[in-house]
Write a protein that binds this ligand. Structure first.
Ligand code: ATP
Length: 459
């Protein structure tokens, strides 16, 4: 199912309303970077909190981590990233602009599944595919996406290290630490939310493909003969998470990744794809990584990363199931799912973001009906303070007229607008200490006693 919203609508709303700005915008930007503004960070944190609750807090078999972004470079040699974390690159021979070779082929409707580098090169030449500027391409070659940096005052080969390209590495190297500190029994997992960096050849599609990204990842360690059942469990968990945060379920699809397209370490991978405005693309990955990583790190570090099973008195390297979630792609899928336009009774277009309450930047907004009546303001501030203590993310808005405030809150996805009016103060004695609460999605209003507001908006 394609959602009708366009990327232009999403990007413009994100900028206008303070969700996401172009990175370093006043300097002309920096490709592949975006800055999250006040509402974007609120949305992002809510997504991360829901994820952490589901996968860490609500479980007994998960250990949270926050490993350093900078790691000993040997770890990335062992994992295979230094040698092989690359994408196919082609260069426009005239402008020297660089592109992903597979993306150029896909744009020309040429299937790239399982295709080798040499075949990509041959296909670009055979089909005479030109760059977006209409020029010929050079040869296709591999481009390593690891972002390098150097540590310390002296810059030579020995000071080179990398900004991690995925959070996973930090968990594998801490496997033994967690085992020693907590003596968990298999199966158990490690979970982490954090930044990762990829020198993407062609960052594009807003926050979909960026160079500085954020991931929510789990490495779930299992006995080798139980990998399939644990894979299935996480498959269901991924679906439940997409539902929890409010992604349009019809827009989420599974793609069984073919043998020849899987990462070198994986024996089975399902990509969860989403119908973004620019097409169906990867949202999350679920991979069976076998014992590849622990084995490689054991060999390279000389530290045995094995598990001793008390019952069977055997020692072995556990296998790994890895669900990997991109925070930015979740946020973009959420914006795509939530964006609605309806005609109001006057025939005007009303735009709103239908976020579930748990992810909306603001849970509710409180307003006085008029902003020049001190008695209304005093009461509205009272209601606001009471709700803010309870929920934290409550807005107070007395700018412009009430219609404008509703529009503003609709556009940022605030589920409830609460208005203090003269009836609240007892102009109609029957309505003393009641407020109106307006529903974002239907526009319907109800009168609710102030004491009951918390219960009302919690439901
Ligand atoms: P793609 O094929 O789109 O480049 P990938 O297969 O390389 O993605 P993984 O290495 O499986 O991605 O990374 C796990 C998750 O991290 C992805 O499913 C996605 O949500 C997120 N992710 C990866 N690369 C990026 C990026 N450049 N920008 C934003 N999110 C990303």
């Amino acid at each position: 199912m394609e959602n009708n919203v366009s990327m232009e609508q999403i990007i413009s709303l994100c900028k206008r309303r303070g969700f996401i700005y172009q990175g370093s915008e006043i300097y002309g930007g920096l490709a592949g970077t975006w800055d999250y503004g006040p509402l974007g960070v609120a949305l992002k944190r809510n997504i991360e909190q829901l994820w952490w609750k589901r996968f860490v807090l609500d479980r007994e078999d998960m250990y949270g981590m926050d490993a350093a972004i900078l790691m000993n470079p040997q770890a990335w040699v062992a994992s295979g990233h230094v040698a092989g974390f690359s994408d196919p690159l082609v260069e426009d021979l005239k402008t020297q602009k660089r592109y992903r070779a597979d993306h150029m082929l896909e744009a020309a409707n040429i299937d790239t599944k399982g295709i080798s580098l040499a075949d990509m090169d041959a296909a670009i030449k055979a089909h005479k595919i030109l760059s977006p500027d209409g020029n010929a391409f050079g040869d296709v070659r591999q481009f390593n996406m690891m972002l390098q940096t150097s540590l310390g005052a002296i810059q030579d080969d020995s000071s080179i290290t990398y900004l991690r390209p995925e959070t996973a590495g930090g968990m594998f190297v801490n496997f033994k630490n967690v085992l020693d500190s907590f003596s968990p029994k298999l199966p158990f997992g490690m979970a982490q939310i954090g930044k990762a960096f990829r020198n993407e050849i062609a960052p594009r599609d807003f926050i979909f493909r960026v160079r500085e990204l954020e991931q929510m990842e789990i490495e779930y360690f299992v006995a080798p003969d139980t990998w399939a059942e644990n894979f299935e469990k996480f498959r269901k968990e991924v679906w439940s998470f997409t539902q929890d945060i409010g992604l349009t379920q019809d827009a989420v699809h599974e793609l069984e990744v073919a043998d020849e397209d899987r990462a070198h370490y994986s024996k089975r991978t399902i990509d969860f794809e989403f119908d973004f405005p620019f097409g169906r693309k990867e949202l999350y990955g679920l991979a069976y990584r076998t014992d590849y990583d622990l084995k490689k790190h054991s060999e390279a570090s000389g530290t045995e990363l094995a598990y001793f099973d008390e019952e069977t008195k055997t020692r072995f390297i556990p296998h790994v199931i890895e669900p990997s979630f991109g925070v930015g792609r979740t946020l973009l899928a959420l914006l795509t799912s939530a964006y609605k336009e309806v005609q109001d009774e006057k025939g005007e277009t009303r735009t709103y973001l239908a976020f579930p309450s748990a992810v909306a930047p603001y849970r509710a907004c409180v307003s006085p009906l008029l902003k020049n009546k001190p008695e209304l303001i005093t009461k509205a501030r009272e209601v606001f303070t009471m709700l803010k203590k309870q929920f934290g993310n409550i807005a107070y808005d007395d700018n412009g007229n009430i219609g404008k405030r509703y529009r503003r809150q609709d556009e940022i996805g605030t589920p409830w607008c609460i208005v203090v009016d003269f009836d609240t103060l007892g102009e109609n004695p029957d309505l003393l200490d009641t407020v109106t609460i307006r529903n974002r999605d239907t526009g319907a209003q109800e009168r609710v006693v102030i004491q009951d507001i918390v219960k009302y908006i919690q439901q």
